[in-house]
Design a protein around this ligand. Structure first.
Ligand SMILES: Cc1cc2nc3c(=O)[nH]c(=O)nc-3n(C[C@H](O)[C@H](O)[C@H](O)COP(=O)(O)OP(=O)(O)OC[C@H]3O[C@@H](n4cnc5c(N)ncnc54)[C@H](O)[C@@H]3O)c2cc1C
Length: 439
């Protein structure tokens, strides 16, 4: 039985371990922390262990086919609840709903799009024209990785309100970057796959359980040949004459035929210094999650995107009393004291849900993920490394690698599948795990 060691128990590492284990490799996965899932995980609320919280609400779209495939392998795909409605709320509380109607793609949003109250007729005409341009230019235009999404939107004469209330609202959360920093290619991908390709691909999947439960022991019991080593940080990978000979983890030496590093990019120089990757231009973009518990229900909506303010999304985690608010590309909150972040969130929430002004806040928790994802800027695509390395038995995975997707869960799983495919190729029995995009 060929053997493989996977370093890192985030989605990339877990996905590669699952498919290799199912393909007959003996897999040992080393994870530094006491739980699996990396940046997409959950843990007991500090100071109140009765409550398990996600580090931040994670959502997916139905077009994330590899992520769903991974959940299926673990037997947890049915824990993802898909929502057909997107709620947009303006300050003051006026709510609009975007949802597919009876027409086939790409016309499926026509009815609800025309009814959106937060956009004027001129905004809608501009957005419709830009959607047609995405269809026309997708796969043809060569400079989309060289320009920002904002440049592209300006080229298409988008109104200020269309930019701030529609494009910005959807894309900043999807890519975790501002429009003037994000490569247009990523914006294209979100709208092409998520909004235009199929009439159900926009549906938003929200885990019905804490993220950590998706990777619990029950799922792994059904996947053969994988041994998990939690709380076992890999200290150093040992190289010798162009190959990996082993690694030190938990004070012991371990070795295997093949190795997959599924570490975040900033950890590579310390753990595998000989890799000598040139990751120039890679910077982080932060995400802030604000967890608020009230003494009464604040809303019946399951989720909503909040327009024109700092807070971008609200997720109703429990009967309207526990809300999780999300700010992507949250640079403005990084230095802000936590008490001020909570005060800002309460102030803004009151503008959308007046009852929040009367409610008593019972507890609050702020998670600032400074290294949430890499900043998906123009020109970076070529710098993202593939799975092969200068060592014949070492392969790279992780959302920063060239997965074909932005740094999100689908990208991480894709990278894990690609690295696992490379391992099977090196072992002389090539296998395919990656599912193609829906279009
Ligand atoms: C706040 C936040 C919100 C997000 N929201 C969304 C969302 O809504 N939808 C979406 O699709 N994506 C979202 N993302 C992005 C998504 O979480 C990431 O793209 C994905 O989880 C990255 O997975 P990964 O396996 O590449 O890396 P990671 O999850 O970072 O995994 C790397 C693992 O390596 C471990 N490790 C580090 N050093 C060592 C060592 N020396 N030895 C062993 N193990 C080590 C780490 O502990 C970690 O578990 C969000 C991210 C954040 C932070």
């Amino acid at each position: 039985m060929p053997s493989a060691i996977v370093i890192g128990g985030g989605l990339a590492g877990l996905a590669s371990a699952a498919v290799l284990g199912q393909s007959g490799f003996q897999v040992d996965l080393f994870e530094a922390r006491g739980f699996l899932g990396g940046r997409a995980t959950s843990y007991p609320l500090p100071g109140d262990t009765s409550e398990v919280i996600d580090n931040c609400q994670h959502v997916l779209l139905r077009c994330c086919v590899n992520l769903m495939d991974f959940y299926r392998r673990l037997g947890v795909a049915d824990r993802i609840q898909f929502h057909q409605q997107f709620f947009f709320i303006e300050p003051g509380g006026r709510t609009s709903v975007l949802q597919a109607g009876g027409l086939p793609a790409p016309l499926h949003f026509t009815g609800s799009f025309l009814d959106l109250k937060f956009l004027s007729a001129a905004d809608k005409v501009a957005i419709a024209a830009a959607m047609l341009a995405i269809r026309r230019e997708h796969g043809r235009r060569q400079d989309l990785d060289k320009i920002t999404m904002l440049q592209w939107l300006r080229e298409k004469h988008q109104t200020e309100r269309a930019i701030s209330r529609f494009w910005n609202q959807v894309l900043v959360s999807a890519i975790n970057e501002d429009l003037d920093r994000m490569a247009a290619s990523h914006g294209f991908q979100v709208f092409w796959l998520g909004f235009l390709a199929r009439s159900d691909s926009y549906e938003m999947g929200i885990p019905a359980v804490p993220l950590g439960d998706l990777y619990g022991p029950k799922g792994w019991d059904s996947i053969p040949n994988v041994r998990m080593h939690a709380r076992t940080p890999v200290e150093r990978v040992i190289t010798d004459q162009g190959a990996i000979r082993g690694l030190r983890a938990g004070g012991e030496q371990h070795s295997a035929d093949y190795y997959i590093s599924a570490l975040p990019f900033e950890r590579l120089p310390a753990v595998i210094p000989e890799l000598d990757l040139k990751l120039e231009g890679f910077e982080h973009s932060p995400i802030t999650g604000i967890h608020l518990w009230f003494d009464r229900p604040i809303t019946e909506l399951p989720h909503a995107t909040l327009l024109d303010r700092t807070i971008q999304w609200m997720f109703n985690k429990s009967g309207g009393r526990y809300l999780q608010l999300v700010v992507s590309a949250s640079r403005s909150l990084v230095e802000m004291p936590r008490a001020d972040v909570i005060a800002l969130a309460l102030r803004e929430l009151g503008e959308f849900f007046p009852i929040a002004k009367e409610a008593t806040l019972e507890k609050a928790h702020v998670v600032k993920e400074i290294r949430a994802t890499f900043s998906a800027r123009p020109g970076l695509e070529q710098a993202r490394p593939g799975s092969a390395t200068r060592f014949g038995n070492l392969f790279l995975a992780g959302d920063f690698t060239r997965s074909g997707w932005p740094p999100i869960m689908e990208g991480a799983v894709r990278s894990g599948y690609l690295a696992a495919e490379a391992v099977t190729r090196a072992a002389g029995d090539e296998q395919k795990f990656l599912l193609p995009d829906i279009a």
